[in-house]
Every structure is written in C-alpha cells, then in structure tokens.
Design a protein around this ligand. Structure first.
Ligand code: A3P
Length: 304
C-alpha cells in the first residue's frame, strides 16, 4: 500500500493545522491522539526494525542509511519508492479514507522497517514483547529546535508555530507535538540498557559517517566492505539526499508540505542554531539541558 501519488487525491481542504491533544501527558497531533487505540495496539513482528527519533533529529537520513545497509549499498533498490512508502510512519493518521501508517505497515511484507517519533513510554508494547531491534537518533536540542521550527512553517498538519521566540518557549516547555525533547532523548537513552537499541547522534553521523554506518551494519548483522561503506556515505550526504526525489519529500503535495516556504532538506548542518538563538536564549537552554539531562551520562555537541 503506497502513499506516493495517491496523496494528490486528498482534498486540500481536508488538510488543517492540527491542535495538540495529550496522551498520557504527552502532546500529540490530534489525529494521532484520536486514533491512539490503533497505534497502541500495533502488532509488531519479531523481525521489524523500528527507527525512532524526536522529530527533525535526522530520521530521513538514518532511514536512507539503514535501507542502503540492508540492500548491500545498492542505490537502485533504495530508489524503489519514496522514504515514506519504504518505511511506514506508524504515527501518521491522515484524513479518512486515507490509509494510516498503521494500515500501511500491516499491508507490508516482512522484514519491515518502520518509523516513529514516539517517546519510549508510548511505544506500543508489542515492540518490547517481540524484542524488536530499534535504532534511535538524537540531535542536540538547539539545532533540533531550529529544524523543528522551520518544519512547522512548512508542515500544514502541525500546529502554527508562531514566531521563533514563541516556538522556542513551547519547545523548551515540551508543548509541541511528541512532547518534551528532554524526556525523549533521556527516556530512550535509559531504555538502551535493557533492550536491543542502537543509540546514535546526528553530530557523530555528520562528523564520521563511515564509522556510524559501520555501527548500523554491525547492529543489523551485516558485513560491509569499505568500498560499500564509502558508497553509502556518498549516497547519503546531505547534497545527494537533497537532490534525490526518493528522499527529499518532493513527492508530498505542497498543501501538506510546502517546500516553497523552506525546503525539507534545509541546511543539514551542526551549528545552524547560532543564526537563530540570542545569547540569552542559548544560555537558558544550556541551563535547562544541564538540569534535565544531569546525571544521565547523556552529552550533546552543539558544534563539531
Ligand atoms: P535541518 O532543518 O537542520 O536542515 P528529519 O528527517 O528527522 O525530519 O530531520 C530533518 C533534518 O535532517 C533537517 O535538518 C535535514 O536537512 C537534515 N538532514 C536530512 N538528511 C540529511 C543528511 N543526509 N545529512 C545531514 N542532515 C540531513
């Protein structure tokens, strides 16, 4: 079941900026919260691979890396469809009768690769029961917030972001879709000690992509000779993915994702936050990070 071109069939008037609704204290877009039972009851299979991130942490990037690793570095195989068709986004509930991410996943043969932004406490229990492998990518709060702000500007299914100052306040307060960044990165960090979770950092992927790709291969039990690693590095650079219609979300109609406002593949750097944060905002977020992540052993780099 492909979303692909079928998205064009959606009535643009059915796409509305969402309000947030809480599930177990976590704000979610209302379409997701209303269908929560479907997501919570999701039936994972033992050979599912779940890719999990806080929104805008580098999901699409790790998805392409994983697909390349799984397909022996063959770009033609990864070109079989856009990212969202190859790896259903199980959190996605578009206006009916459009298939949900859950329905898309149910129709997919194994082995499946699935995407979610759920915080660890909201992961459907079947993923734990089936002991599924999970790859988590975390990105430093400052760049993550900036990227999420710009994504709100183009994502017509998300709430209105307001201006940067307002958005940052909401981000720090966890009053954004999928909730608190701090709880997310910390919750998954703690879970990795009890489950088969590979925890990666966007900044490491940017600095030493070959090493991080090898970590993915090892986690998936794939042996990758160096030339193939290099091929995957080249295929998954920001520039390659920005130019690739199968990874740049250009197949999504503009009434859902308006890339004329800001491209999905926007900057792809570490440190773009410097062009957005005031000194006061930066110091404040440093303080909140120290308080919220203190004692966890979790450390982020805001420059490389
Ligand atoms: P920016 O908005 O900072 O540019 P997600 O896929 O989780 O929605 O994350 C999107 C962010 O990851 C965007 O960040 C996007 O540019 C960046 N990104 C996507 N592919 C990338 C790549 N190959 N290398 C570096 N960054 C990438």
């Amino acid at each position: 079941m492909e979303l692909g071109g079928a998205l064009e069939a959606l009535d643009p008037n059915s796409i509305k900026r969402s309000v947030l609704m809480e599930v177990e204290g976590v704000p979610l877009v209302s379409s997701m919260a209303e269908e929560w039972g479907h997501l919570w009851g999701f039936k994972a299979r033992p050979d599912d691979l779940l890719i999990c991130t806080y929104p805008k942490a580098g999901t699409t990037w790790i998805q392409e890396i994983v697909d390349m690793v799984r397909h022996g570095g063959d770009p033609r195989q990864c070109g079989r469809g856009p990212t969202h068709d190859r790896m259903p986004f199980i959190d996605m509930f578009l206006p009916k009768p459009f298939p949900s991410g859950v329905a898309q996943a149910e129709a997919m043969p194994s082995p499946r690769m699935l995407k979610t932004h759920l915080p660890v406490q909201l992961i459907p229990p079947s993923f734990w029961e089936q002991n599924c492998k999970i790859i988590y990518v975390a990105r430093n709060a400052k760049d993550n917030a900036v990227s999420y702000f710009h994504f709100h500007r183009i994502g017509n299914l998300l709430p209105e972001p307001g201006n940067w100052d307002q958005f940052l306040d909401n981000f720090i307060a966890g009053k954004v879709a999928w909730g608190s960044w701090f709880d997310h990165v910390r919750g998954w960090w703690e879970a990795k000690d009890h489950h088969p979770i590979l925890y990666l950092f966007y900044e490491d992927m940017k600095e030493t992509p070959d090493r991080e790709i090898q970590k993915v291969a090892q986690f998936l039990g794939v042996t990758l000779p160096d030339p193939l690693v290099n091929q995957i590095v080249q295929h998954t650079t920001f520039e390659s993915m920005k130019a690739n219609p199968m990874t740049n979300y250009s197949t999504i109609p503009s009434f859902i994702l308006d890339q004329s406002v800001s491209p999905f593949m926007r900057k792809g750097t570490v440190g773009d936050w410097r062009d957005h944060f005031t000194v006061v905002q930066s110091k404040h977020l440093d303080k909140v990070c120290a308080r919220e992540l203190g004692g966890s052993g979790l450390a982020f780099r805001t420059q490389i």
